[in-house]
Design a binder for this molecule. Structure first.
Ligand code: IPE
Ligand code: IPE
Ligand code: MG
Length: 258
């Protein structure tokens, strides 16, 4: 950490500015730019992923302290399976280490852990570890930390359609009852509210197959800061920015208050 007195002042000012009554309930983050962060320093890509984990810890901590109820982090996409095997293996090792190390912190801080995505595509030992951390933390209720792993938004929607069709065939669901609400229950994110705010780091202005159904009315926030440099102050800045927006949901300005 390179906390200077100056950055402390900025953080304090931002913390003061944040309205605790108007926090996003669910923040989703596309953690991008680890590789470029490392390349700028002539380091291997894995060094960027390693530094990125420090940002994960910091953002989880500040979210929990603020009182945000759900935080979803995009850690590995379906498309990321096409990266070199060496990088994938290193990422999986980092993931295992993270889960083993953070379980204690999650228990101490009432954090429930969930993973979304095609977890069965991951190596057996990793999938087992994920399920065990999900199970051990299932009664924690201060905040839910959701990791999107082997995740693709289109696949999620297709999986949901298949499950809904199976239920229709089995007469557990009738077509007339299939609406946005009931369909949502077939998604990996069932029981988790749609994100209020989605952040993408590192300058790319795209969604990259993340939570396609759920972002229908999400506020989007893009920053040039690469993920390993994205820390508490940057997160507080994003929350302040979010709080300055008017969410209209298709209505006329101010109408939703009546
Ligand atoms: C994000 O950083 C982490 C993952 C996608 C696993 P990148 O690895 O995409 O870093 P850049 O975008 O190449 O800099
Ligand atoms: C999105 O980042 C996926 C994750 C952050 C896990 P990518 O780096 O894979 O996305 P693109 O390739 O720039 O769209
Ligand atoms: Mg990237």
């Amino acid at each position: 950490m390179t906390d200077s007195p100056h950055s402390d002042n900025v953080e304090e000012a931002l913390l003061e500015q944040i309205d605790r009554e108007n926090l996003p309930k669910h923040v989703a983050i596309i953690m991008d730019g680890n590789g470029r962060w490392a390349a700028q320093r002539h380091l291997p890509r894995i060094a960027g992923h390693r530094e990125g984990i420090k940002s994960v810890r910091e953002i989880v901590t500040v979210s929990r302290k603020l009182g945000i109820k759900a935080l979803t982090l995009y850690a590995f996409s379906n498309e990321n399976w096409n990266r070199p095997m060496k990088e994938i293996t290193q990422l999986m090792i980092l993931l295992e280490r993270f889960l083993n190390k953070e379980l204690k912190t999650m228990m101490e801080n009432g954090i429930r852990f969930r993973a979304i995505g095609q977890i069965d595509r991951l190596q057996d030992s990793v999938a087992k570890l994920i399920h065990s951390v999900e199970d051990k933390t299932k009664d924690n209720n201060r905040m839910t930390l959701i990791l999107a792993l082997s995740y693709g938004g289109r696949t999620e929607i297709l999986d949901a359609i298949k499950k809904a069709c199976t239920d229709i065939q089995k007469e557990k669901l009738s077509i007339k009852d299939l609406d946005e609400k009931s369909f949502s229950q077939y998604l990996y994110t069932k029981d988790i509210p749609d994100p209020d705010l989605m952040i993408r780091t590192s300058g790319e202005v795209r969604v990259s197959n993340f939570l396609l159904w759920q972002v229908a009315y999400t506020e989007l926030y893009f920053t040039k800061t690469p993920w390993p440099d994205f820390r508490k102050r940057d997160f507080l800045q994003a929350i302040c920015d979010y709080q300055g927006r008017e969410r209209r949901f298709g209505l006329v300005s101010g109408e939703q208050d009546h």
